[in-house]
Design a protein around this ligand. Structure first.
Ligand code: PLP
Length: 471
């Protein structure tokens, strides 16, 4: 494709992109696609000869688009949001055009230094103290894995990387029963063994009970094990529980255990002064992660990971063969040594575009709007006699079920599951489910930039109508 053709196609695509954003509501939020339906429309073998971009783009519209779930749709109220925004999309277009591989300072000094600067901005914006050093990871799962490895290495005086885990003893990690599955995965990947993840009991708000954490650590020490890492969750995935960081951090300090704070979704709410209470005690944490790619208007992937002991992190990951050496050495950050990957995308650019385009106040408005809208809807649900909320809802998420008083408890799970599937089959809204104290719960999260009050009103109408007519 020559430059002329590229220009022509790019303009056409940008028009398509703007139309898509304007008309997103005309798509079903979740497509009615059956398994294998898209695959069946794709040729079994790659084309031998070049194809024309017009044909490729037509197939994109005819085959791919009907099988897409529209995460920016105002009816997307499932999982957690994966925000996009026009400034972030524009930045991604530039990133993609520059196509730089930003593994070390030298391979793109501007990318490295911009990453350093915007992560400092972000640190200030969410109220993390100075002394935390930021790096963009692809996901919170990677950040968790990085925290486990660094905690393990620091505990073992950086010997396990060389000697392996064989003689290193049993490393125990601690998290509430509400912790995200990336914790279990990270522990497996770090070789610590999922049997050594202690799930600490939670209180009536589904937050970790610090006294139980203390007991579990003491009992592992007594047994000769090695308490290695505690994960405190701010905004649990199922129901947005907030662990008591202050009390947990005191325990971690007492035992000298690495404290990782996972605020993957809820961390964005820290831009609001009224949510700063969630990070009381953060000064004693060792690492912290949140995902601007969830709720802060920044395109996936962009996970902001902060670590206090940068030396321990780099010692864990740095391997420096001759071909990677650069003369700037330690004068600069070489982010290839801050995580598992060598190659890195230029992800800081979109964050820079987003923060500058919206300003702190614009980002605050976005988050506050979703929290307010969700609280208002949750209050309506709570008032309806045949519905019930199943957990507190401090942020923009609530869990509920349909519960008419004449339906016995043992039929409620199946009934709510049928309701849930019927709601999602409408293509108007998309919700996800969870279990709370063993009960099947329907979970609603608001966070897509396009979602307004009228969409939540519509969601509530759909939920009520379907619930009351489902047998
Ligand atoms: N931690 C929590 C609390 C989450 O809710 C999630 C995902 O929703 C993750 C971690 C994993 O996030 P990522 O997809 O960035 O790995």
């Amino acid at each position: 494709m020559d430059s002329q053709d590229f220009r022509k196609n790019a303009h056409k695509f940008v028009d398509w992109m703007a139309d898509y954003m304007e008309n997103i509501e005309s798509y079903p939020v979740k497509p009615p696609t059956k398994p294998g339906e898209i695959l069946a429309q794709l040729p079994e073998y790659a084309p031998k000869n070049p194809e024309h971009m017009d044909d490729i783009f037509q197939d994109f519209q005819d085959i791919i688009m009907p099988g897409m779930t529209h995460w920016q749709h105002p009816g997307f109220m499932a999982y957690f949001p994966a925000n996009a925004s026009p400034p972030s999309i524009l930045a991604e277009m530039l990133t993609s055009t520059l196509a730089a591989q930003c593994m070390s300072w030298q391979t793109s000094p501007a990318a490295t230094e911009l990453e350093e600067r915007v992560l400092d901005w972000l640190r200030e914006m969410i109220g993390l103290p100075t002394g935390f050093h930021g790096v963009i990871q692809d996901t919170a799962s990677t950040a968790m894995f990085v925290a486990f490895l660094t905690a393990r290495e620091r505990l073992n005086d950086h010997q396990t990387n060389h000697a392996g885990l064989n003689s290193a003893g049993r490393h125990c990690c601690y998290a509430s029963g509400e912790v995200h599955s990336s914790t279990d995965k990270g522990i497996r990947m770090a070789g610590l063994g999922s049997d050594n993840l202690r799930k600490i009991p939670v209180d009536e708000n589904f937050a970790m009970v610090p006294e139980e954490l203390d007991k579990a650590i003491a009992s592992d020490i007594e047994a000769g094990h090695k308490p290695t890492c505690v994960i405190a969750t701010l905004g649990s995935t199922s129901l947005s529980a907030i662990d008591p960081l202050q009390a947990i951090s005191v325990i971690c300090k007492k035992y000298g255990i690495w404290l990782h704070v996972d605020a993957a979704w809820a961390g964005s709410a820290l831009v609001l002064p009224e949510y700063q209470y969630m990070i009381r005690g953060i000064e004693n944490a060792d690492s912290f992660v949140f995902n601007p790619h969830k709720w802060l208007l920044t395109q996936f992937d962009c996970s902001a990971f902060y670590v206090k002991d940068k030396t321990a992190l780099i010692r864990t990951f740095e391997i420096l063969p001759e071909y990677l050496k650069t003369r700037e050495g330690t004068q600069v950050n070489n982010y290839r040594d801050w995580g598992p990957q060598l190659g890195r995308r230029f992800r800081a650019l979109k964050l820079w575009f987003v923060i500058r385009s919206y300003g702190i106040t614009g980002l605050q408005d976005h988050i506050r709007r979703h929290i307010d809208m969700t609280h208002a809807l949750a209050a309506q649900v709570a008032e309806e006699p045949d519905f019930e909320l199943l957990a507190p809802n401090p942020l923009a998420l609530f869990c509920f079920r349909y519960h008419p008083k004449d339906i016995p408890e043992d039929q409620l799970d199946a009934l709510n599951e049928r309701i849930f599937e019927t709601i999602n089959d409408t293509g108007e809204i998309y919700l996800t489910q969870t279990r709370i104290n063993g009960k099947y719960a329907i979970r609603l999260v608001s966070g897509a930039p396009a979602t307004e009050n009228k969409h939540l009103d519509k969601a509530w109408r759909i939920i009520k109508d379907i619930s009351r007519t489902t047998k």
